[in-house]
Design a protein around this ligand. Structure first.
Ligand SMILES: Nc1ncnc2c1ncn2[C@@H]1O[C@H](COP(=O)(O)OP(=O)(O)OP(=O)(O)O)[C@@H](O)[C@H]1O
Length: 598
């Protein structure tokens, strides 16, 4: 296939409105409340810095009008000293203002990120089904990052700029009302430019953000799917698609910059015209209205201080738009309620004494699309129950419901008569241990990973569990033994070894009920034998629910449940089901034929 013929990849494009939504911004600014003292102090520094900055032109006016004509060197010296003092105060206060604003801003971002992280950690599996890891990460990292500018500089700068602008205007009008009025006659022209360009600027930057979002999504998808990409040798095709995506970002960026570029020169032109007016008109007033040379110099200085903040103020509007869009997405996540909640008066169960019952359980991941239909069965204490059936028949769903990752849509699951929904999370997690198909280890040491569910366990307990599972020797032989790091850059462990460490993690908790969801499916034959041996030991005298594709591993199960399209097709032990010559018999026969043929 030629590069040009390559189909575009499917990647998420998040639509963002970029409308200014005041309720979101209000909610966002509430995060500032705990830091109001710091904010107030920042504003004090800001105010002092602004006043110090605005006093200088007035001092200059005094020097030019009073002390220079009189050749009063002492006066000039004092003015000079005062101007240096003002500069010093301005710089010192600005420095403190920036430091405090950054500190407060970072604390606020930390709080928002923490709120999001805490909230997401408690959301139900259904949320993670609907949202990819990439998208969730974008919420916690990128969306919060986009608020960075607003909280660290934006708010303080805008207050500084607004006050500079207002104070400069007031001073100019109080020095000479007429001259100020004439100087500002250029403002309507500026406002016309502002309104003409504002929508175009907004539209173009929105486009840039959309393109950048595409770029992020494409990069994320490519890195997550790198194994598939390399397996299908898609690098060349992907490179050309990536170039297209990058070109899109570049072109939209350049377009936005071009439109944006109109604004700053417009401000400069207005400022320049204002200055010309001051000189042209001021010189006329010089003779008739008692306007002094010092007044003109001070006016030019104040006018400069008036126009400088205008550009930053318009940028602030953009920042608010971005913040409004990001906060909308952040609050959207914060508003999601976990679907699986602990009962208000949960029942604590210390031990598993009796049996588990699935009573007319129906379940749909979405709407009315039932993937379990009227499923009823019983798991007696100390027995091994196996779930078999074609792919997609609902085996994992049963395991997920038993672990209460989801609740049944209809019907109930009872642990000796108590509805699973009534049982406290803590006792449920103590009762049920799960070993999944894909072993997952956190970055850290092997010991930390084993202790994950019981951090207070003793090292001897860990060693005992590992000896029981037959992995103590292999771990001890590693360079750093139990302290060996298993992060990305750490020791590479085989999938089988990782699975055994996961099993040790579960066993340290010693749960009376064990769910094994195709725990050996992703292993090679040798690792499978190792893990299977460990599992046999672990399942002895324990209640277990096993999902396995290889039927030889579940032949000894006390109860085999054969699933078909979300329904129980057959139930019984191996001998009974073989005699019945139904689906189970067919499954066994097809596996035997497959083994013989291979
Ligand atoms: N998170 C999910 N969201 C929506 N549908 C899902 C989800 N997980 C599973 N399903 C659907 O539910 C049905 C049952 O899936 P389940 O994973 O329980 O089957 P299974 O028998 O365990 O399959 P396999 O042997 O392939 O693991 C399938 O049609 C599947 O597409």
């Amino acid at each position: 296939m030629s590069d040009s013929g390559a189909r575009r990849p499917i990647f998420s494009q998040e639509e963002t409105t970029y409308e200014l939504k005041i309720p979101h911004l209000k909610r966002l600014f509430k995060f500032l409340i705990p830091y109001k003292k710091w904010l107030l102090l920042t504003l004090v520094f800001m105010f002092v810095a602004t006043v110090a900055d605005l006093i200088s032109p007035y001092l200059l006016k005094q020097a030019v009008d009073i002390y220079i004509p009189k050749k009063n060197f002492k006066g000039i010296l004092i003015i000079g000293f005062l101007m240096i003092l003002m500069l010093f105060i301005n710089k010192e206060c600005s420095k403190n203002k920036i430091r405090l604003a950054n500190r407060t801003g970072q604390m606020v971002l930390f709080d928002i990120r923490k709120a999001l992280f805490d909230h997401i950690q408690n959301l139900s599996f259904s949320f993670f089904d609907r949202n990819s890891t990439g998208r969730i990460t974008v919420r916690i990292v990128n969306d919060v990052n986009t608020l960075n500018n607003l909280f660290t500089n934006g708010i303080v700068n805008v207050v500084t700029d607004m006050s500079t602008l207002i104070i400069a205007t007031v001073i100019m009008f109080s020095i000479n009302f007429k001259l100020a009025l004439v100087t500002f006659s250029v403002i309507p022209v500026f406002l016309a430019v502002l309104f003409a360009t504002r929508n175009a600027i907004k539209r173009n930057w929105r486009q840039v953000r959309r393109k950048i979002s595409n770029l992020n999504a494409y990069i994320h998808e490519n890195i997550s799917g790198i194994r598939v990409i390399q397996a299908y040798v898609r690098q060349k095709v992907n490179r050309s698609i990536f170039k297209e995506v990058i070109d899109d970002v570049f072109l939209s960026w350049m377009k936005a910059v071009k439109v944006n570029g109109i604004f700053a020169p417009a401000v400069e032109v207005c400022s320049m015209i204002g200055t010309l007016i001051i000189y042209f008109y001021g010189v006329k007033l010089l003779k008739i209205n008692g306007v002094t040379v010092g007044t003109l110099i001070a006016f030019v200085s104040y006018l400069d201080r008036f126009w400088r903040p205008v550009v930053t103020l318009s940028n602030f509007y953009n920042q608010l738009l971005v913040a409004s869009a990001s906060s909308e997405r952040i609050f959207e996540v914060l508003a999601i309620e976990p679907e699986i909640k602990e009962d208000e008066n949960p029942v604590y169960i210390e031990d598993f004494k009796d049996r588990i019952e699935f009573k007319n359980v129906w379940f749909a991941y979405k709407d009315e699309e039932y993937v379990l239909k009227d499923v009823s069965f019983e798991i007696k204490k100390g027995t091994m129950v196996a779930l078999v059936g074609a792919t997609g028949s609902g085996k994992t769903t049963i395991a997920n419901l038993l672990a209460r990752f989801y609740d049944p849509t209809k019907g109930s699951i009872l642990i000796y008569g108590i509805d699973l929904r009534k049982i406290s999370f803590k006792s449920l997690r103590k009762l049920i241990g799960i070993v999944q198909q894909e072993p997952f280890l956190f970055s850290g040491s092997i010991l930390e990973n084993i202790l994950y569910g019981r951090p207070d366990a003793k090292f001897e307990d860990v060693v005992r569990v590992c000896k029981f599972l037959g992995i103590h020797e292999f771990i001890s032989e590693l360079e750093n033994g139990y302290d060996t790091q298993v992060s990305e850059r750490g020791t590479r462990l085989s999938t089988g070894q990782k699975q055994l460490i996961c099993l040790a993690r579960v066993m340290l908790q010693n749960p009376p009920i064990l769910i094994l969801d195709e725990a050996t499916a992703s292993l090679d034959t040798q690792s499978e034998i190792m893990v299977q041996n460990a599992l046999s030991k672990v399942m002895k005298d324990r209640t277990s629910v096993v999902i396995a594709h290889r039927l030889s591993t579940i032949k000894d199960a006390d109860l085999i449940i054969v699933m078909e399209k979300g329904k129980i097709a057959q139930m019984g032990n191996h001998e009974e089901l073989i005699k019945k010559k139904g689906i189970y018999y067919d499954l066994c026969m097809s596996q035997i034929r497959f083994v013989k043929a291979s």
